[in-house]
Structures are given as C-alpha cells and as structure tokens.
Design a protein around this ligand. Structure first.
Ligand SMILES: *[C@@H]1O[C@H](CO)[C@@H](O)[C@H](O)[C@H]1NC(C)=O
Ligand SMILES: *[C@@H]1O[C@H](CO)[C@@H](O)[C@H](O)[C@H]1NC(C)=O
Length: 205
C-alpha cells in the first residue's frame, strides 16, 4: 500500500468510526459475531472466489462430492446483494455436474482476504470467519443477468476477454441455507430471509 493510499485509508477509517484502535493499518471491520446474518453477508461480499462442491458425474468419482474454485461476486465493491453470481460455461467440468443436478454447496472464507493473516487466525479456526451456502445454481437472464455482469466484471476484469466461443452465461447461487462459522460454540445457521434482510457492513477504502 502506498503512503498516500494508506493515509487516505486511515483518514476514511477515522471519518467513519471516529476512533482508531490501530491507526497504522486499514483493517477489514467484521460485524460483531452475535450478528450472524451480517457476518455471513460480510464474508459473502468480501470474497472474490468460492469453492463449490457439486455431485460429480465424472468417472471414477460419479456420485461423489467434487469441490472446485470459482470466481464469484455478489455485487460491485461496497454494494453487495448477498447473491453470489458466477460466469460459467458448459464446457467446464463442475458445470456439467450442475446440468445433471443443480444442487451444490459454496464455501467462502475470510482466509481469502488479508483479515485472518493480519489477525493471526488459522483458516480452520472459527475466528477466521467462513460460511457454507447450500442451494443450487440457476442461470439468470434479463435485468438480473445485467446486474450479474456488472457485479462480476467490476471485480474480475479479465472476464471481459474470456473466449466468446465458450458460450459463457451468468448464473446465481440460489441459497436455501446459510451455515456460519465465525466464533466458538459450533456452527450457526441463518435462513435465506434473515441473510437477505441483514445490512451489509461496508468496507472502507
Ligand atoms: C429467463 O429465465 C427464466 C427462468 O430461468 C425463463 O423462464 C425465461 O424464459 C428466461 N427468459 C429468457 C428471455 O431467456
Ligand atoms: C431458491 O431458493 C429458495 C429459498 O431461498 C427456495 O424456496 C426455492 O425453491 C429455490 N429455487 C430453486 C429453483 O431451487
């Protein structure tokens, strides 16, 4: 981080919260752990990629879980919708699984951000907040596809140049259950209604 960027960052932090526990770094401010739905929305917005497990249709692991990395975005930075959008092609191995069974599980962790490293939290520690989404992957079109495009291309600019002969399409992860590991005491669950009602905690820049 450049000195001027850092100065701006510290200034913004100061403006937004008045007091600073650490004036030397621009840290992500995770919502309080008892506000579980907000923590889930925070993690979903901070993460640029997710591990998605499908039920494999490929030999020799037909019927077994198959986890693979995907670029995701729930909205341009600072305006997350909570819905993870993806840019997919039917040439892709996991997408072929989804064509047979659209049910999937999406996992995102603050281990993907600077947060856990700065705090010294191991990725498997519940303090390194992570979420697991259950649901299915659905193609989107119309105005929702327009939003998905804005959400994804703003955070993954190289997608614009991905080969057009791959017939990319926009999809969303349709959430049916949210599982949150953000503190001691075991996993917590959040319904889609609670998740979408929660306000996104904004990140300073
Ligand atoms: C958009 O998607 C919905 C359901 O996914 C489908 O019923 C509809 O026909 C689609 N519209 C267009 C224009 O493709
Ligand atoms: C999408 O998720 C909602 C719950 O948020 C669920 O009621 C609905 O059945 C799901 N739709 C599909 C097509 O899986």
């Amino acid at each position: 981080m450049s000195a001027s960027l850092r100065a701006q960052c510290v200034l913004l932090l100061g403006l937004l919260w008045g007091s600073l526990s650490s004036a030397s770094s621009c840290r992500l401010r995770i919502p309080p752990h008892d506000q579980v739905a907000r923590v889930a929305r925070f993690v979903a917005h901070q993460c640029d990629w997710a591990s998605m497990a499908t039920i494999s249709t490929h030999k020799p692991v037909v019927g077994q879980p198959f986890s693979n990395a995907f670029s995701v975005s729930d909205g341009p930075e600072g305006s997350g919708s909570g819905v993870p959008y993806m840019y997919l092609t039917r040439m892709e191995i996991s997408v072929q699984d989804l064509e047979v069974n659209p049910q999937a599980s999406l996992s995102m962790s603050l281990a993907q951000t600077e947060y856990c490293r700065q705090q010294g939290f191991d990725p498997q520690s519940p303090l390194c907040a992570h979420i697991i989404l259950s649901g299915s992957v659905l193609e989107v079109n119309g105005t929702e596809a327009e939003f998905a495009k804005k959400a994804l291309f703003s955070r993954h600019p190289e997608m614009i140049d991905w080969p057009s002969d791959h017939n990319w399409f926009f999809a969303k992860f349709n959430i049916t259950q949210v599982w949150v590991l953000d503190y001691f005491g075991g996993v917590k669950t959040v319904t889609p209604e609670e998740y979408f009602q929660a306000t996104l905690h904004r990140k300073p820049h």
